[in-house]
Design a binder for this molecule. Sequence first.
Ligand code: TMP
Ligand code: MG
Length: 286
Amino acid sequence: MVPELEKATVHMKNPEHVQRVISALRKEGTDKLQVISDFDMTLSRFGFNGRRCPTSHNILDNSRVISEEGRKKLKDLLHYYYPIEIDPNRTMEEKRPLMVEWWTRAHDVLLQQKILKSDIAKIVRESEVMLRDGVNTFFDQLHQHNIPLFIFSAGVGDVLEEVLRQAEVFYPNINVVSNYMDFDDKGVLRQFKGPLIHTYNKNNAVLKKTEHFQLLSSRTNVLLLGDSMGDLSMADGVANVENILTIGFLNDKVDERRGKYRDAYDIVLEKDETLDVVNGILCYIL
Ligand code: TMP
Ligand code: MG
């Protein structure tokens, strides 16, 4: 029913379960569906021509507004903490305090840089960020069918919104919860608005103040997209989930993480830089 599921990048532990959920999503229609997605390395590309693409943090880190010294500090933090973030041999409980440490230290460096709100658009324009192939079809389909898209990101909200704006896909059906910058009255970055969102607290705990999911209480079918094990809790705030299909992009350390990803996500996409499978499923159910 979805030819894209035959792609070589697709791995499913239980294909019958996937078929059953996709059939249910199609049968129950667009009024009951909502999509919840991570941003960095899920909607954006992980790599291109053998090079890593930047996360929303990296877009800032690599920009001209960061001093040489600041850039070095941010790179050192990335090299120290990123292997911990994706380490399959540590539990989320072990990783959580270390992620708080990473985000806090990185944000402290950014706060020392006098970043201007008015610079963000230029910083994004001059960056090497790329969205996944098929991203226009993805956003267009959801927009046309009025399906709410909730982007839940531990990245930088102001930056990721600007990426979507410049790609001309920031439609009104999109809601973003992320780490937003707070600027003073001269437009200079002075702090990040709380609560801090990192890879392993993307759940109800940081959503308490948003009534987002309450407003969508009739949408009990969920399509969830992520690239980290931490992304699986993004739908925890949805009351009365009837059907959920989880799709995980396995971008990095594929051999080491394959087993855990296949156990956790309904569909695992290994080294797949496209949204083909997601678009194929949406095309079938909408
Ligand atoms: P996501 O929730 O949208 O995927 O964003 C989180 C990613 O951001 C996570 O995978 C690690 C990355 N990150 C950086 O690249 N640099 C940083 O300084 C920090 C704190 C996070
Ligand atoms: Mg991500």
